[in-house]
Structures are given as C-alpha cells and as structure tokens.
Design a protein around this ligand. Sequence first.
Ligand code: ADP
Ligand code: MG
Length: 236
Amino acid sequence: MQEEVVKSEKMKIVSDMAASVAHEIRNPLTTVRGFIQLFGAQNLEEKKKILYQRICLEELDRAQLIITDYLSLAKPDPEIIEKINIKDEISYMSNVLLTYANYNHIEINEIVSENDDLFIIGDRYKFRQALINIGKNAIEAMDNKGVLEIKVIKINHHVEIIISDTGVGMTADQIKRLGTPYYSTKEKGTGLGTMVSFGIIKKMNGKIDIKSEVGKGTQYTLIFTEAQSNKLIQNS
Ligand code: ADP
Ligand code: MG
C-alpha cells in the first residue's frame, strides 16, 4: 500500500514535469517558427537576416538547455552502475557548458591535479546530468562576467569535486531551499535542476557541501568515496 502511494506520487511529479517541459519547449519553438516564416519574405535586408538567425539560434539553444535540465528523468531505471573516470566526466562537463559560458562571457577554469585517474561508482549519465545542472546554475549566477572553476582533489580515500562561481551568491535561507521542487529565483527557471542533481548525488552516496556569500559567489563541494581502479564491480 505504502509503496503504491509513493509510486503514484512519483507518477504525479513526472507528469507535472512533463507538462512543464512541454510548455517551456513550446515557447522557443513557436518563436523559431515565426522567424523562419519571416525569413521567407522577399527582399529581406541582410541586417534582418542576421538578426533573425541570431534569435533562432538563441531560442534553439534555450530549448536544448531545458531538455538538458530534465535529461535524467527521461532515462529509465534501472541505472547502469559502473566505474566512472572523474577526469573524463569533468572534461565532458566543461565541453557541454562551453558554448553557454562563451555566450555569457564566462571563463571556465578546470583544475585536475592528480596525475593518476580517479574513479567513483555510479551511473555515468546521471552523474553527468548532476554536474551539468550545477555548472549551468553557476554560469547563470554570474552576470555576463566571471569564472566557473571546476576542481578535483583527492583526500585520503575520497574524491572531492569543487565547483565554484563568482556570481550573485545565496543567503542561508536560499541555500536551505535548494533541491526542493520548483524553487527558482529566475524569470525563466524550472526550479528542478538542483532537485535532480541532489537526488543523483545522494543515490551515489555522495555528500554535498555548499558555501555561499551574497555578492561574492558560491562553492559546491561534492564528496564521493574513491573506487579502486582495479576492483571489479557488481550490479546492485
Ligand atoms: P533554476 O535554475 O531553473 O532556477 P535550480 O533548481 O537549478 O532551478 O536552482 C534553483 C535556484 O537555486 C536558482 O533559481 C537560484 O536562485 C539558486 N541557485 C542555484 N545554484 C546557484 C548558484 N551557483 N549561485 C546562486 N544561486 C544559485
Ligand atoms: Mg538550474
């Protein structure tokens, strides 16, 4: 009985989310459609062509980012548990975020000091999702200038991933609300990014530590147990 309640609650959240994704994707698509129609006009000035093209590309990028926010929800359980190479995932993360960062004049600074590869256990695709959502928020917290730093360090048998920005920062109350569904301070926010990320990290038995100062920036530290590179893993 209890299980069924949880299941129907889950279904409700998923269908709410699906509705909100559909709604959010429809807006940029409608805009793009309109501008493609305008493109068909005769004797269109070169200047307008460039403007229309820019708007279309921006709107499509926005649609893509919305999809990115929800990516993991679409991935079916059960998860694929495997050994994840942290270095690979950090460079994947900064590659995905690069266009977005450039567009917002944000510099990405990657610091992975350890010579040896570092591994943790989890579902690679979900882990990517978690990192991208946190990185995306960091970029959005910075108003057209700043640095997103992604640092990896090893402390004893733990791996720490430190993601920091030089953005607007958060108050203690705002930090408390992080990870709760639909909490967003953004005009076009979904309020689901951190909820999805935190869920994934907790499932990997990871810890999340957040430090933030209003006007200065925010630092997320994700702490995971290091996996031995030669150890076999079993699917749970
Ligand atoms: P969204 O990004 O759609 O608003 P999220 O769940 O990803 O939803 O984030 C929720 C809120 O948490 C954001 O609206 C923002 O106010 C705050 N937040 C998250 N990360 C940061 C950060 N790095 N700096 C400042 N505020 C942040
Ligand atoms: Mg977000």
